[in-house]
Design a protein around this ligand. Structure first.
Ligand SMILES: [Zn+2]
Length: 480
């Protein structure tokens, strides 16, 4: 079956397409008068909220305590982990004054919260009985980004959820990494997003981590976007903050930490970018603020029947837990309503005219491929649930197919250059040396994003850059 999905605009001119949806579907408004700071508006924030509540629930099911730390971090705490300072200091917003008085101790707005949280872990953790300790928080973090900003992709304030854990040893931290990866996968899978899970090269890992895993996803403009990361911090932060516990033999040992973060702006942006089409958003039913819109089609003299029947349908769907809106605004024509709710990405439209009212049926229209079907009032709920499943399966499949179509194997720098111009994600043989990755970045409009974490990639020839034996298949792309 061919897909009647018309989505060429986002591939041809992503910026124009994306900016229009942000405003018209009330996702976000970038006109806030501070550069890099964006307002989430009603529809967009409702979707973001569903995404982070899903993540919060999953984390709490596996024993993460919800917490909320202060947004300010004292300078001395921030400066305890050397790599961390080096990685973040250029992006930090400082608070230096209270009124006209200079603060004795400078404070910074958290760019991430390790240096806020681990000094408290030190106070809370005494013995091995206190471990593992797992917490999470949904909050805003602040980074003075110097690259071009784009709403939800890169801003100077962003909304995320961060998880932090402490363990008796590195092995237990490794198990936690697996748990975090599994949860993040569940969230992205529930949104129908395809991604590759990469281990970042050492030169690109989180500042202070032993290693970093990153979920990278495709974008219609050919860049990849990092939508989540999971880090094993080993004892690096425990040593910096002196977080120890007494083991069962009475000796003091450092804890091992993990942390992970999921940005909701980028996750929402990916949901928009993967599934949207020329008419606007297309939302997975799970996170759609409204899942069904009922549009009555009124003919003079028959308004009463149609409106009454539409209200019956609305009540039935709401009772079944389906988020439903009845658009009975008589200032808009049906075509204008279709345009509006298409833009909002509501997964299903129920059309009700005099004929439907009389026969007690409805016409159902899928948002993604516009396929029409009929259902009787009695079988309405089951039919809609079936259509939700079909629509979601198709969104997920299209997203995966797109990712697969972007993945190519490059065998020479010239070939890689050409693939980067076509905005592909290329696999190349790599010896693992940073200098080869840097050389590659100098030569082509793309960079080494990492190696497949969970995969069975085997090099197929010598390193593309130096010709020595390759140890890895590296993924190379342009990136946000
Ligand atoms: Zn090499």
């Amino acid at each position: 079956m061919s897909d009647k999905v018309n989505s060429d605009q986002k591939f041809e001119d992503f910026s124009t397409w994306y900016d229009k949806i942000l405003l018209e579907a009330h996702i976000a408004d970038d006109r806030y008068p501070v550069k890099g700071f964006t307002v989430y508006t009603g529809w967009g924030y409702s979707i973001a909220k569903r995404i982070y509540q899903m993540l919060e629930n999953m984390l709490e099911e596996v024993d993460h305590q919800p917490m909320q730390f202060p947004v300010v971090i004292p300078e001395d705490a921030f400066q305890k982990e050397a790599d961390h300072i080096e990685g973040f200091s250029a992006e930090v917003f400082w608070i230096t004054h209270a009124g006209d008085n200079k603060l004795e101790r400078r404070l910074l707005l958290r760019p991430t919260s390790e240096t806020a949280i681990y000094p408290m872990f030190k106070l809370w953790i005494r013995s091995h009985a206190d471990l593992p300790l797992r917490m999470h928080q949904t909050c805003n973090v602040y980074r003075y980004e110097t690259k071009a900003t784009r709403p939800l992709y890169r801003g100077r304030e962003f909304l995320w959820n961060e998880g932090h854990t402490a363990h008796v040893d590195f092995e237990d931290a490794e198990r936690q990494v697996q748990v975090a990866v599994k949860i993040y996968r569940k969230v992205y899978d529930a949104l129908g997003l395809s991604y590759i899970l990469l281990k970042r090269p050492d030169f690109d890992k989180f500042a202070g981590a032993v290693y970093t895993l990153a979920f990278d996803t495709w974008n219609p403009d050919g860049k990849t976007s990092q939508i989540g990361t999971v880090h094993n911090l080993g004892e690096n932060f425990a040593k910096a903050f002196d977080v120890t516990y007494e083991d069962d033999e009475g000796s003091h040992r450092y804890v091992s930490n993990t942390c992970y973060g999921m940005g909701f702006g980028r996750t929402l942006a990916a949901t928009i970018a993967h599934h949207g089409d020329n008419n606007g958003l297309v939302l997975p039913p799970l996170v759609a603020p409204k899942q069904v819109v009922i549009v009555p089609i009124l003919f003079r003299g028959r308004e009463g029947d149609v409106v009454g029947y539409s209200k019956e349908i609305e009540a039935k769907l709401k009772e079944a837990g389906i988020r439903t809106v009845l658009d009975d605004d008589d200032r808009l024509r049906p075509g204008e309503k279709y345009y509006k709710w298409d833009m909002y990405g509501v997964p299903l439209r129920v059309e009700v005219g005099p004929r439907e009212a009389e026969a007690r049926t409805v016409t159902l229209v899928r948002r993604d491929n516009r396929a029409k079907s009929k259902a009787s009032f009695d079988e309405l709920v089951e039919t809609i649930q079936g259509l939700f499943e079909d629509l979601f399966a198709d969104l997920k499949r299209r997203s995966r197919e797109r990712l697969e179509s972007e993945l190519v194997d490059a065998h020479s720098l010239d070939e890689l250059k050409s693939y980067m111009e076509q905005r592909k994600i290329a696999r190349v043989n790599w010896c693992g040396e940073p200098r080869c990755a840097f050389e590659l970045k100098d030569q082509v409009a793309g960079e080494v994003r990492g190696t497949l974490w969970d995969g069975s990639d085997e090099p197929t020839g010598p390193c593309m850059v130096c010709g020595d034996e390759a140890k890895y298949i590296a993924y190379v792309s342009q990136t946000y």
